[in-house]
Design a protein around this ligand. Sequence first.
Ligand code: PRP
Ligand code: MN
Ligand code: MG
Length: 179
Amino acid sequence: MNLDEITVLYTAEEIQEKVCEMGRAISFDYEGESLLVVGILKGAFIFMADLVRQIKLPLQLDFIDVSSYGNSTVSSGEVRIMKDLEYSIKGKNVLIVEDIVDSGLTLYYITEILKKRSPQSVRIACLLDKPSRRKSPAYPDYVGFTIPDEFIVGYGLDYDEKYREYPDICILKPSVYEK
Ligand code: PRP
Ligand code: MN
Ligand code: MG
């Protein structure tokens, strides 16, 4: 790890404790039911791997990948599906798993398209919530940490596809992306 570029916000241990807590809450809320856990690629992959091992319910996994297109600094407000789910969600309890909710655009779009496919229920679990940046209506049901408006990397989150493998959740120093 290059410590000149990042500051640790939550350690791997703190993350595990939080993920355990979220898993317990989800297991309690859906007791007696089964889940279809939908991970949003790529950022959610590490959180999802840890979370599903803390959910004590029968479950299946699927993945969706979307991309907002247009200029990357000024979002066009449009999202398109790059990789759709493999399975039908009709009649299923869908739990969307996301690493971070920022503007809310990604989650809003995915929630809207999945709701049209007649699931029994749709809920959202996100590890990080940055409510100060919200532009679209996105209301996660399970939130790990509410965070300030900083650029976050590690534990699945990237900057320019880097840092995803860092075990801690870190703040990327502005000097890295402002040059
Ligand atoms: C990031 C993050 C969320 C989304 C949040 O994904 O993982 O999915 O942005 O931003 P929003 O609330 O403003 O939509 P990104 O599109 O960078 O893809 P990645 O997961 O592959 O890194
Ligand atoms: Mn993502
Ligand atoms: Mg990204």
